[in-house]
Every structure is written in C-alpha cells, then in structure tokens.
Ligand binder design. Structure first.
Ligand code: PAF
Length: 283
C-alpha cells in the first residue's frame, strides 16, 4: 500500500490507473479503524480493481464543543490494518492540504434536505462539514464507487441525495452495521464508553429493535412507541438525544402507510454520543 499526503501525487497515480481502465473504489474515513471500517474496505475490494482509503479528521464537521481534538489519531496501526485487507492507496492529508484557505472562507456544499433533523438538530453544521469534505474527497479521488456504513444512516442518506442532486455519477454502496455480541454497533467512539457503562449501552439497540418488532406486529402508534422506547433508554441511565421512526428514504417522520421504515436513535454516555438504527420493510 502506498500512502499519499498530497493531492497532486495521489491524483497523478490515480490518473494512470484510470487510463489503464481500472475501476476505482473509495472508502473515506476519519481513522481509528475498527472491524466495521475494514469490512467497508473489503466490500470495495470485492467490486473494484483499485481501492483508495482516506484518513482525515475533518474539523469542518465538528462543532466547537465536540471532540475533534480528542478524536483518536492512530495512523500507524490504521495503515497496517488497511494493508492487511488489501487497500492499494491511503490518502492522509493534513488540514493545510485540505483547507489551504482556512475553514472560515471554505466554499461549502449545502444539502437542505435531511440535514437539520435527527443528528443534524443537535450538531448544527455537522452535515455541511461532511458533504463539503466528501465532495472534496470525491473530486480528488474521482472514484467509480464509494462505500459508506449504514451505521451513519443519516450521513448515508444525505450523501446519496447529494450525489443525485449534483449529478456526481458515483455509485454509493451501503455496508451493513457490524455489531458486538450484545448488539452494540461498532464505532470509533466506543473507546470512550466506561467499563461501568459498557453492559448497559446495548439498550439503545435493544429499544430500536423493540420498536421494529412492534411495527412488524402491526402497531402504528408511532408517538407512543417512540415515547416508550425513549423511556427504556433513559431508565437504563443514559440521556437520550432522539429516537425517531422515519421514512427510510426521506428521513421525514414515518407516515401511517409508509413501508420502508428506519428507526434511528442517539444517546449520551458520560464520554460519548452513540448512534444506531434499524430498518424494516412493512407489509
Ligand atoms: O463517516 C465518517 O467517518 C466521516 O463523516 C467521513 C464520511 C469520512 C467524512 O469526514
């Protein structure tokens, strides 16, 4: 695996690959890679000739009081892991390479739909930071396909919509959520969960699944269901951010006759904000 810190040198090598007819798959990450990231890379590996992965902790998507400075930076370990799963090129730019004119005057990509609800409501500006950096990374790598995890469901939905709206011509592939044995979705932020909290944090996933089961059993009293599930989470000792039953495509609150439904939730532990979601196709 070759590592590049500069846009021009990565572009030069990818131009040659493209000219040789190679199909390019791309996995953008912020590093601190765990099993779920490596599954994204394996998925990209299975459908492309060349796999590019990026590691960049994007300041533009973190709020002022968020954990940008605490976000774990583990480049050596990450590089080894990427090499082991067959990544060809790692792009690891610094802030100056990605934002040479600074963050304040950076041109932005704004997706007005779906970005001010759910995670967007409690993280103002977050999705604008994501869509802006993902657009820049897409322009640098120019992949045929990009792989994103379903765990960040809202991010995936926003990126799909952005790619469609802006005619980017990139295939977006969704990779399944990877979970610990008790259902906890794998995340770089799980490292901030304390050992005392750890046995209780899977309540988020259990409550989302409980709502899914109730919907599949025919219930459509969405407000009562989400209220009951929210209380389950709060009773397990965590502060809830949101729990919403949504239309899977638009992320609008689910309507009575919606078939494709996704239940999304976020809660706070002492040192982290955890998110999860489960989807169902109702009859
Ligand atoms: O999901 C992430 O790790 C980030 O939001 C992404 C897509 C790499 C953009 O910084």
């Amino acid at each position: 695996m070759q590592t590049f810190h500069h846009i021009n040198s990565l572009r030069a090598v990818l131009t040659k690959e493209r000219a040789a007819g190679k199909r390019i798959g791309f996995v953008p990450t912020m590093g601190n890679l765990h099993g779920a990231h490596l599954e994204l890379v394996k998925l990209a590996r299975s459908t492309n000739d060349i796999v590019v992965c990026s590691i960049f902790v994007n300041g533009l998507q973190f709020g002022l009081n968020e954990d940008w400075d605490k976000y774990p930076r583990t480049l050596l370990e990450d590089s080894q892991k990427l090499e082991n799963v067959g990544c060809d090129y790692l792009f690891n730019p610094d802030d100056n390479e990605m934002y040479p004119n600074g963050l304040d005057t950076q041109s932005r990509v704004i997706c007005p739909t779906m970005t001010d609800v759910l995670c967007g409501a409690s993280r103002p500006g977050h999705f604008e930071g994501v869509t802006t950096v993902v657009t820049k990374l897409f322009n640098i790598v120019q992949p045929d396909e990009a792989v994103f995890g379903i765990k960040d469901y809202q991010q995936l939905a926003v990126i799909r919509r952005m790619v469609e709206d802006l005619c980017m011509g990139i295939e977006i592939t969704a990779a399944p959520i990877h979970r610990e044995a008790d259902g906890l979705a794998m995340s770089s932020r799980n490292g901030f969960i304390t050992s005392e909290e750890r046995p209780r944090v899977s309540q988020l996933n259990q409550s989302l699944n409980w709502v899914k089961e109730q919907l599949e059993a025919g219930r459509r009293d969405f407000a009562t269901l989400s209220g009951d599930a929210s209380r389950q989470i709060e009773n397990s000792g965590f502060k809830l951010d949101y729990l919403s039953i949504c239309n899977s495509k638009t992320l609008a609150p689910a309507a009575h006759d919606d078939k494709a439904i996704t239940i999304l939730g976020a809660m706070f532990t002492a040192g982290a904000r955890l998110i999860d979601n489960v989807s169902t196709e109702l009859e």
